[in-house]
Write a protein that binds this ligand. Structure first.
Ligand code: ADP
Ligand code: MG
Length: 682
């Protein structure tokens, strides 16, 4: 590691290793929030700010939040016992006497005549204020702006604020700038240390704006530098031996399908076959909405590879999906002579060894499995093509491992989170992109209703109708078991309640913590309609294909990303019957409400991911991170197009002139990261 880089890394050490003088409790709290080093701490940005409103009483509106300073006058009275108390006193402020009420703060009764207080509360009209908090510091000592962080139950805002202050004070002089000096000057950006200070401890709204400008630019610059770095690195090994195969044989399989390919499917297949037969390594993203028919494209591409005398691998994100692909491929490629195997974790050792041997000897043409296919010990005789399905995480590291499996392997990623074409070419700048826009005909958009409470009482009749018609129902919960820190409906309790409610039907449970055998058993019973109501986590998100299931209830819908919800309801868009989806959420947040209403209006995956990205804010990083799109904390890929373009150009220039001393720090940082853990579709 070059010296300058080491210096950078030393600043960003793991929190417990660095002498940060934080208490154990505080370190524990940070860990709970997923913060383990100082870089993560500094980029744990506030989700919003409370701005102190110290306006004059003349401008106050009823129900408005107000903050003011005054002097207690006269007696302080109180009622009630213990924590259920009610304290009333008068305060002289703005040359008037205001009547203050404080609920459930018994200690307020110790206020005395003549004491100076600063009160925060709600103006009730007629010189009355209900205080939400008060203290004995003068107003001038209160910060004008208070950052608010996303926290979990049991952790307090002031804990994270205190950690931030403490660590920042200790490291402020050691934080180096990653953005080159010339760009800081040109765009009038802040120094990194100042930007971090301003975003966490702003003194004005302008501070926040300036910090955002700098940190967003840095985020995008890092991203594009990384893309550029990877592209450069791959540039050398790009040539391969073209694959040769008989297109007539592929056309014969297409003719044998029970449907004809859509125009977009044909075009995508054509692009892939061209890549395979070209002298360049394929690195292509195929993106298309759920149900647009990507599997058949994968099957045909793998077949082409097999015809060229090489082996192909299909990676699925879950075992359930791997099994389904195995069944589909056997079906699609029946009679071609293609030898297909399924490799999964729970396979008995003996069978597993047989499959591994066959792969190594070249007796298997296509292997389907999860990520474990990329592990050591899996050897191919001649691997020519890897297709990663629904693969959101396929970083540089996986690509490296892949390269070790075979020589010059073609790679195709399939994503069901499509993003608009122009955006795709920017964000996936290191890949070629094929887009399947149209769905096969005959599919109906599920009727989607957003219910503003976390209970489906109001649609019980509709739900009953779905069941009475002989159709099945999915019920999606955000968590498996009851969890103190995470107040969401859980699978177990929900299933119990629903079984009581739907006495005539069988309720089943499915979640990721079950063993594969248990999962399989439940899936089969649902498939065979022995279970009518399946209460599940998002494990059904990908793959599940039960045509008779036409209803879906999603609890705590605001906890999911829009694209994820769209994927989920894709499960009830499998057949020709009308599907119904109920999104339940008691969230009062305007943004959550806006997001959920989008799904009522549109079924277009592109539009949905666009809205998802647009409505994303810094706070969404915890819960509703969108799969398949790079992870910008502050940057918004829809709204920040100007910065994006700037950063993209600058990154290109920097990589071309990387010997410029002003660029060295950023370039080194990126090269080092690109080799270790950055992943593009993360
Ligand atoms: P996804 O793109 O979500 O992976 P799948 O490949 O699972 O979609 O396809 C969904 C369903 O659509 C499958 O049952 C598949 O057989 C069917 N299908 C695929 N292509 C077509 C087509 N051109 N016409 C009709 N049905 C199709
Ligand atoms: Mg699929």
């Amino acid at each position: 590691m070059p010296g300058i880089l080491r210096e950078w890394y030393n600043n960003y050490m793991r929190i417990e290793e660095k002498e940060l003088r934080l208490t154990k409790t505080r370190i524990e709290a940070l860990h709970q929030l997923g913060i383990s080093d100082t870089e993560e701490l500094f980029s744990y940005y506030p989700i919003r700010y409370d701005i102190l409103n110290s306006s004059d009483i003349e401008t106050w509106q009823v129900k408005q939040n107000v903050t003011f300073e005054g002097t207690v006058t006269g007696a302080v009275r109180h009622w009630g016992y213990g924590k259920k108390t009610n304290v009333i006193f008068s305060v002289q402020a703005f040359d008037r006497i205001l009547k203050i009420t404080v609920f459930n703060r018994p200690w307020a009764k110790s206020l005395t005549d003549g004491q100076l207080v600063t009160i925060r509360g709600i103006y009730m009209g007629k010189d009355k204020v209900t205080a939400t908090s008060y203290d004995l510091k003068p107003l001038s000592e209160h910060p004008l702006i208070t950052p608010v962080y996303s926290i979990k139950a049991g952790i307090q805002q002031r804990t994270i604020r205190a950690c931030m202050e403490k660590v920042y004070a200790q490291l402020v002089n050691e934080i180096p700038d990653l953005i080159p000096e010339q760009y800081i000057q040109r765009y009038r950006l802040l120094r990194k240390a100042q930007a971090i200070g301003s975003i966490h401890f702003p003194e004005s709204e302008n501070d926040i704006r300036q910090a955002y400008r700098t940190l967003k630019y840095e985020e995008f610059l890092k991203f594009f530098l990384t893309i550029q770095a990877v592209r450069d690195e791959e540039g050398e090994g790009i040539v391969k031996e073209p694959k040769r195969f008989d297109r007539n044989k592929i056309n014969a399989v297409i003719r044998s399908l029970p449907f004809s390919l859509t125009k977009d499917q044909e075009k995508t297949l054509h692009e892939i076959l061209e890549d395979l037969s070209s002298p360049h390594i394929m690195y292509r993203l195929v993106q298309g909405d759920v149900g647009c028919g990507k599997t058949v494209i994968a099957a045909l591409a793998l077949y082409a590879c097999c015809l060229s005398g090489q082996q192909g691998a299909l990676l699925a994100p879950t075992e359930i999906l791997a099994r389904q692909h195995y069944a589909s491929l056997q079906d699609i490629l029946a009679g071609t002579g293609c030898r297909i195997e399924l490799l999964y974790a729970g396979l008995p050792a003996k069978e597993k060894k047989e499959i591994l041997d066959k792969l190594e000897n070249g007796e298997t043409d296509i292997v389907i499995g999860t990520h474990s296919l990329l592990q050591e010990g899996v050897q191919f005789r001649k691997l020519g093509l890897v297709i990663a399905d629904e693969q959101q995480r396929f970083g540089v590291e996986q690509r490296r491992r892949l390269k070790e499996k075979g020589e010059r392997v073609d790679l195709c990623l399939m994503s069901a989170t499509p993003i608009p074409r122009t955006l795709a070419s920017t964000l996936y700048g290191d890949m070629d992109v094929s887009t399947i826009e149209t769905l096969p005909g005959g599919r109906k958009m599920p009727v989607t209703k957003y219910i503003r409470e976390n209970s489906f009482r109001s649609v019980l009749d509709d739900v009953n109708r779905v069941l009475a018609e002989g159709h099945q129902l999915y019920v999606i919960c955000a968590s498996v078991e009851k969890n103190e820190d995470y107040h969401a409906r859980d699978v177990y309790e929900t299933a119990q309640n629903l079984q009581k409610l739907f006495k005539d039907y069988k309720v089943g449970i499915l979640h990721g913590k079950m063993s594969s055998a248990e999962k399989d058993a439940v899936m089969n019973r649902f498939q065979n309609n022995e279970i009518q109501v399946l209460v599940s986590t998002t494990v059904v998100e990908v793959g599940m294909n039960v045509v008779n299931a036409t209803g879906m209830i999603i609890y705590d819908a605001e906890r999911f990303g829009l694209s994820q919800l769209h994927q989920l309801r894709g499960r009830i868009r499998r057949g020709n019957a009308q599907g119904y989806c109920w999104l339940l959420s008691s969230s009062a947040e305007e943004k959550a409400q806006q997001r959920l209403s989008v799904l009522e209006k549109t079924d277009d995956g592109f539009q949905i991911s666009f809205e998802d990205l647009r409505l994303r804010g810094p706070g969404d990083i915890l819960g509703t991170k969108q799969a398949g799109v790079p992870d910008f904390i502050l940057g918004n890929v829809i709204e920040d197009t100007a910065v994006i373009r700037q950063a993209q150009n600058d990154a290109k220039y920097m990589m071309e002139n990387r010997q410029d001393p002003d660029f060295i720090r950023a370039v080194d940082w990126v090269l080092d990261r690109a080799r270790s853990h950055v992943s593009f579709m993360d």
